[in-house]
Write a protein that binds this ligand. Structure first.
Ligand code: TRP
Length: 378
């Protein structure tokens, strides 16, 4: 006997699982890139229709890769007039590890980096999702809207699980994309600047929003409870560590925003180059040298090839000297602000509390609407 009522649902779920798994495919990526360009154009003329949410797991200190890959972009969008929420994703920390570590210190350091980089707490709501009960409660209705096969097929979750090297998959790791949907939808954000690894989560978020509308209905007939959130693709971190491999705290190959000029100089001095004394910009054959040139180019806002030409026979030593100067000069104002902020820890704590308060008001209003749509008002 076929159960007619469940047939379309099952097909839809399979299609959605496919879309999710395919969200990092070439064609899909191309569409996301095109869409991102169109959104940028719209922001330039009228940013008022957007509400942006971004976030970080507080697992380490922010480094220059984070700065050029996402932080600078957030500040740019905030300054362009886009209403902004910045999330400290503290519950995500325990998705694939046993403890939270020095979480309090990490969170305060993260917020210090945000403010030093130009995130303005007057205009941007900075909050930690563990402090927002109504956000977390959205997880329950949202979980009712996804299937286990969708969850198991999420390519980013798979990759993250593989990276744990045989650690059993926790229920939180499996379901964190749904929690991330709650992060985005609690404030009805329609814009999420992300790297391409986050595209499956955005697709999952849109699926949750759509199914909520289909299954539980609306409060206002003219619009669904939740918007369709779109990715604004950022380059992610283009920069490798000082040894030419992926930046990682445990490898000690990253230049953190909080470091001093001296610490920076020491790290750059140890950077890996190659045996060819003549400096050229050749990302394919000379990735380590190209990485240092790219970084210098980002700091100096110059073409890396032109920098290579200028250094020429100055060799690895000349390149490192130039990079050290231009990097320390670029980050000197940020580091000075950071030092000032560090001198007043009470200020950072107040910023987090105020952000949490604002986020709580927004989350409670959304949860009230969700309960109403579901008829759970007694
Ligand atoms: N998963 C993101 C990361 O690892 C952090 C994050 C959590 C996030 N919730 C989010 C990003 C919601 C965008 C939207 O970087």
């Amino acid at each position: 006997m076929t159960d007619r009522a469940t047939e379309p649902d099952a097909t839809e779920a399979t299609e959605a699982a496919d879309a999710l798994a395919a969200s990092t495919s070439e064609a899909s990526l191309h569409r996301s890139e095109e869409r991102s360009r169109a959104i940028e154009a719209q922001i330039a003329t009228d940013p008022s229709g957007f509400r942006m949410l971004t976030g970080d797991r507080p697992t380490g200190h922010l480094h220059i890769g984070h700065y050029f890959g996402s932080l600078a972009n957030r500040v740019r969008l905030q300054d362009a007039g886009v209403e902004t929420f910045v999330l400290i994703a503290d519950y995500q920390v325990i998705a694939d590890r046993d403890g939270v570590g020095e979480i309090g210190e990490r969170v305060r350091s993260l917020v210090t980096d945000y403010l030093a980089a130009g995130i303005d707490p007057e205009r941007t709501t900075i909050f930690a999702h563990s402090a927002i009960p109504a956000l977390n409660q959205l997880m329950l209705p949202f979980l009712s809207l996804v299937t286990d096969s969708e969850l198991y097929r999420n390519p980013t979750v798979k990759a993250e699980h593989e990276a744990t090297g045989g650690r059993p998959m926790s229920g939180l790791l499996l379901t964190y994309p749904v929690h991330q949907a709650a992060d985005i939808l609690f404030c009805k954000a329609n814009l999420v600047p992300v790297g391409k690894d986050q595209l499956p989560h955005l697709e999952q978020t849109r699926v949750v929003a759509r199914r909520f509308d289909e299954r539980y209905g609306r409060v206002h007939a003219d619009r669904p409870v939740f918007p369709q959130a779109e990715a604004l693709l950022s380059s992610g971190s283009l920069i490798l560590g000082m040894d030419g491999t992926k930046m990682s705290k445990s490898k000690g190959n990253t230049i953190e925003l909080r470091m001093t000029a001296d610490q920076t100089a020491k790290l750059i001095k140890r950077a890996v180059t190659d045996s060819d004394r003549h400096i050229t910009f050749d990302p394919v054959n000379r990735p380590e040298v190209a990485n240092l040139l790219t970084l210098a180019g980002l700091c100096a806002q110059r073409d890396p090839a032109a920098i290579a030409e200028e250094i020429g026979d100055g060799g690895g030593g000349g390149l490192k000297k130039y990079l050290t100067e231009v990097l320390n000069e670029t980050f000197a104002p940020l580091r000075a602000r950071r030092a000032e902020l560090e001198a007043d820890p009470g200020h950072i704590v107040r910023i987090i509390r105020e952000g949490n308060e604002r986020a709580n008001a927004v989350a409670e209003a959304t949860l009230a609407e969700v309960r109403e749509a579901m008829g759970m008002v007694y």
